[in-house]
Write a protein that binds this ligand. Sequence first.
Ligand SMILES: [Zn+2]
Length: 253
Amino acid sequence: MPLVATEAVVLHTFDYLESSRIYRIATRDAGVLSVLAKGARRARTRYGSAVDLFAQGDVRLSMKPSRDLQTLVGFDVTRARPELAAVPGRITAAAALAELMMRFGGEEPAPAVYDALVAALDAVARAACGAAADAGLAGAWHLIARLGFGPSVDRCGVCQRPVPDAQPVPFSHPVGGVVCDGCVRGLPTGRMLPPPARLALRAWLAGEPSPAGNDAARRAHQRLLREFLAEHLTDGRELRAFAVWERAAWDAA
Ligand SMILES: [Zn+2]
């Protein structure tokens, strides 16, 4: 079986049988994969000192294209990200990013997507108390843009005419972006995007940080993001980490 060496981040982990563990990982060169770490709970040295959620490192995989579960041969952790647990709000934002990657990341190599995920997790891990949600929003929209289904924020998603910035504009989930006054008739009612929210969304899609605004604006952004993702899901399963992330923001407010 071909041996693949690449870089990876742990998105999800669960114990398997008596001594093994299954990881869902995002890799730089082989997409999002499930890998079996045989005996991982017994011989931890083989897989680095501690491979935990959101850990990043160099992996060696034994790959068989026809198989759903690949085999993890080695994992040298280069970045464990313990700081995600140090400040409230970071871990729920990171979990939402991991869920986004697991639900929308493919099995084909996508280094630019992987790099956006790593940058997003690092930004959340660095975020000061109260700023983790903004870092999560920024990272999620940048990831969406890199995954190739970012919404249109400058031009009408229907007729492609530029939509002026001066006033709130309708945002349509089925269309996948802002809609001009002429095209909005006949569409299901969407959200109204005020100018500051549109500015933030534009920056985030380009991979630039931008504050979400006050708590109400932040919650509106989280709702918009979750609804946008739900519109693009094909299996109808709930985005559980996003629901927890939103509730956590409510509790913290
Ligand atoms: Zn239009």
